[in-house]
Design a protein around this ligand. Structure first.
Ligand code: IPM
Ligand code: MN
Length: 366
């Protein structure tokens, strides 16, 4: 298969982790005889520096014309003073919008070798396997009007939370379909005791559920869900929720995996998918070679799965499991062990891709 992959590395640790994801994708392409070409394009703060805007037209055009987009992270403290539309984050939101990426899938799994890296007790977290399905193009992130009027003591600011029935319906279908290939439980998360958008959310999700009689639906308030996610993470299968709640709950679900650096995501719905780790640019550790590239590498596996390269995606997942089983750890998941660098972790996973493929075909090497 020929794939043109747009690599928008962005800011902070973005370039380090996407570099390792590209290395793993290259190893996978070579092993399976595919032709992947990678095109680097600036986004976020890197694009503000290079072109004056967080999403330059050249980046957007390249992304729209690509097979898929692999993104690192955006944001850096030195842009904090900019108005919201000019900040690095605005570039990512505009890209999600332009790609029509309304569905953000964020899996969090408790992996056996990392049980000791979780702040949650092993007996609480062991066996947990959650998929957060986050609506990505609505709610407070995109609602108008927004902004600030006045200054000083007279300043007022507002954001608008807006959801249409149609936008709730399409994300609900994504969650129910995902549940069908999992444990068939959808937990829809809202704040319907307070918010009008949440009451519409609950009504629409309940209606969509009628089309999936084989999937169980439950509703939870977001505050209760936040608590249950860390006290009883195993009780969840698919968590379906709106944009801001999904942003928060998906970071929280990283406690299940041991580190924010472990989680990848797929932002899909349009013709071109966007694949990004859920962590941020982590300016405090940028450039030091200590970041965990696994979230970016998991995202690369999700990219391949999305374009139909299922065996290849499975190989990358198996390679990650293999190096973790063997004891390779970056600093965030070291839990007392001697950590390896970002690039060592990436190289070991890239090498393991070939090893696990050999194990899949026991006579392949003979
Ligand atoms: C994420 C990030 C983004 C979001 C930011 C960088 C705009 O936190 O992907 O979760 O809030 O969606
Ligand atoms: Mn986030």
């Amino acid at each position: 298969m020929n794939l043109t992959i747009c690599v928008c590395a962005g800011d902070g640790i973005g370039p380090e982790v996407t570099g390792e994801a590209v290395r793993v994708l290259e190893a996978t392409a070579e092993l399976h005889g595919h032709d992947f070409s990678f095109e680097a394009h600036p986004i976020g703060g890197a694009a503000i520096d290079a072109a004056g805007v967080p999403l330059p037209p050249s980046t957007l055009e390249a992304c729209l014309a690509s097979s898929a987009v692999l993104l690192g992270a955006v944001g850096a403290p030195r842009y904090d003073g900019l108005p919201s539309g000019q900040r690095p984050e605005a570039g990512l939101l505009a890209l999600r919008g332009a790609l029509g990426a309304f569905a953000n899938l964020r899996p969090a799994v408790a992996r056996g070798p990392l049980l000791g890296s979780s702040p949650l007790r092993p007996e609480v977290v062991s066996g947990a396997d959650v998929l957060v399905v986050r609506e990505l193009l609505g709610g407070l992130y995109f609602g108008e009007p927004r902004g600030q009027v006045g200054a000083g003591a007279k300043a007022e600011a507002l954001d608008t939370c807006r959801y249409s029935a149609a936008s709730i319906e399409r994300i609900a279908h994504v969650a129910f379909r995902a549940a069908r290939s999992r444990r068939r439980l959808v937990t829809s998360v809202d704040k319907a005791n307070v918010l009008a958008t949440s009451r519409l959310w609950r009504a629409v999700v309940s209606r969509v559920a009628l089309e999936y009689p084989d999937v169980e639906l439950e509703h939870q308030y977001v505050d209760a869900c936040a608590m249950l996610l860390v006290t009883q993470p195993r009780r969840f299968d698919v968590i379906l929720t709106e944009n801001l709640f999904g942003d928060i709950l998906s970071d929280q679900s990283a406690a299940i995996s041991g580190s924010l650096g472990m989680l990848g995501s797929a932002s899909i719905g349009g013709h071109v998918g966007l694949f990004e780790p859920i962590h941020g640019s982590a300016p405090a550790i940028a450039g030091q070679g200590v970041a965990n590239p696994i979230g970016a590498i998991v995202s690369a596996a999700m990219l391949l799965r999305h374009v139909g390269l299922v065996t290849e995606a499975d190989d990358i997942e198996a390679a990650i499991a293999y190096v973790l089983e063997r004891g390779d750890r970056t600093a965030d998941i070291a839990n007392g062990a001697l950590p390896v660098t970002t690039s060592t972790m990436g190289r070991r996973i890239a090498e393991a891709v070939a090893e696990v493929a050999d194990m899949r075909h026991p006579y392949h090497a003979v």
